[in-house]
Design a protein around this ligand. Structure first.
Ligand code: SAH
Length: 300
């Protein structure tokens, strides 16, 4: 910045380092979804995704290098956890995605890449405030989504932030035993307490909570499971269920059920008065869809 006085430039040079993230690889899907692999300063690699559609452009960012939570259906949890990202690194992802999004402009931001946002609470919240700030990215709070595997203390803390951001909770099973099998985090923060926490979050913030439910063939997608889900959510009218046919992860033996089974599951919930949406997956051909980020392209 040669327009700054020289002595100030010298001082800045002494105290600060300015670096961006380096792009190690960029892949584009046939549906327009792009996956970017970034190399961090310490040579760790992370992934972010950009998902354009007719009416919006959504960026999806990682919050940790690797993940501790080892969900059975998720490729991101297979790599070892290495470290939290700093808010600056998260913002680095957003900056790059914003550039990529032009001219459609980045309209939505989801914390659904690798890692557990509420396990890196302070840095993620700093990033959220910058993303939301009118003098920075100016993305409205309602267009920012934090997705969690169900870290109860994090959800409780979030409800006191006074932000209108969207909260998504990865549910994936309506029964304690099955959820513990699929998501080991359930042994620390069990389903019943998690649902009570979500109810309270809804009441305290006056916001809907989205419950993500991925449908996995032979595991959680039969009528019995839909009935369990209905029972679990009776008395929680502000819950919104987002059904997602799982992405196939071969080495984990995960595949989606057939279309008729998916529709049957959905119709049962709709008939019983629940608020249900069925999500279309994007970016599957470049392994940029949910649960597919796995750093296959790591060079070392
Ligand atoms: N740790 C956070 C955010 C990262 S995962 C969380 O658990 O929510 C983002 C979403 O991808 C979660 O809802 C997760 O359950 C989902 N996901 C993981 N593996 C998947 C798969 N194989 N198919 C579809 N969605 C998957």
């Amino acid at each position: 910045m040669s327009d700054l006085p020289k002595d100030l430039r010298e001082k800045l040079k002494e105290k600060f380092i300015i670096t961006g993230l380096k792009v190690a690889k960029r892949l584009e899907s046939s549906d327009g979804t792009k996956k970017i692999l970034f190399r961090l300063q310490d040579a760790n690699l992370i992934e972010a995704v950009i998902i354009p559609s007719k009416e919006r452009v959504t960026g999806c960012v990682s919050t940790q290098v690797g993940c501790k939570f080892a969900c059975r259906f998720c490729a991101s949890g297979q790599g070892r956890f290495k470290r939290n990202l700093t808010f600056a690194e998260i913002i680095g992802e957003v900056l790059y995605l914003k550039k990529e999004a032009l001219p459609g402009k980045l309209t939505h931001l989801v914390f659904m890449g690798t890692g557990e946002p509420l396990d890196n609470y302070a840095e993620v919240m700093k990033a959220v405030r910058i993303i939301n700030s009118p003098s920075a990215f100016n993305i409205g709070a309602r267009r920012i989504t934090i997705s969690t595997s169900g870290i109860i203390p994090g959800i409780q803390k979030l409800s006191g932030e006074g932000l209108q951001i969207e909260l998504s909770v990865s549910l994936h099973a309506a029964d304690e035993k099955l959820r513990s099998e699929l998501m080991p985090v359930n042994k620390i923060y069990p389903l019943k307490e998690l649902i009570n926490t979500c109810k309270k979050y809804s009441l305290d913030t006056n916001r809907q909570v989205t419950l993500e439910y991925i449908l996995i063939k032979g595991v959680n997608s039969e009528l019995q499971h839909a009935q369990d889900l209905r029972k679990l959510l009776s008395g929680f009218p502000l819950a919104k269920i987002n059904l997602i046919p799982s992405n196939a992860i071969k080495e984990l033996n995960i595949e989606p059920p057939g279309r008729p089974e998916v529709l049957l599951f959905k119709e049962y919930l709709v008939k019983n008065g629940l608020n249900v949406t069925l999500r279309r997956e994007r970016g599957g051909d470049i392994e940029a869809a949910c649960g597919q980020l796995r750093l296959k392209y790591a060079e070392k």
